[in-house]
Design a protein. Structure first.
Length: 166
């Protein structure tokens, strides 16, 4: 009778360990799925940032073209200012200042595009790190499974001592 209660205790102990190992496995699978989804979200975000970078480059080109046209306009007005008087001279000067500002703004847009490109690179590196972390989680999951198996073996030492009696 004492042997029967000891087997029952060993059986419930084994069940608890098996349940704990199963819960740990489910938790690691859940974490792996979370990391996978987060990687997909980061990839989507990276694509959106790339599109935004393309839009900024397009805007910069438009601004450069506009500044070229404004420079032409300023030059034409400057050549005609002799006949138009002081008011047109002042207007031409203001347009030249605006042209300089537009060129600076175009350069700033180019810098912004460059910074967004750097951010894209950094996000790609982060996505790669996330993928590596997800792979490492998978390896850890496998190790936990093997560890669970080993722990289960140690709960019944007679199986270790006499492996062929089953």
């Amino acid at each position: 009778m004492n042997n029967k209660s000891e087997k029952s205790s060993n059986s419930s102990h084994s069940m608890l360990i098996l349940l704990a190992a199963a819960l740990a496995g489910v938790a690691f699978i859940g974490m792996g799925m979370f990391m996978y989804n987060m990687g997909n979200d980061m990839s989507t975000m990276t694509k959106a940032v790339i599109r935004m970078s393309d839009d900024v480059h397009s805007m910069r080109n438009d601004m450069s073209g506009m500044s070229g046209r404004i420079t032409e306009m300023a030059t034409s007005m400057d050549s005609g200012q002799n006949s138009m008087g002081e008011d047109l001279d002042s207007l031409a000067n203001n347009i030249e200042v605006m042209t300089g500002s537009m060129l600076q703004m175009g350069d700033s847009m180019q810098g912004l595009g460059s910074n967004i490109g750097t951010m894209n690179t950094n996000m790609a590196a982060m996505t790669s790190s996330m993928e590596q972390m997800s792979n490492n989680m998978s390896i850890m999951n496998q190790s936990m499974g093997r560890m669970s198996y080993d722990i289960n073996k140690f709960t019944e030492p007679e199986k270790l001592m006499v492996p062929f009696i089953r």
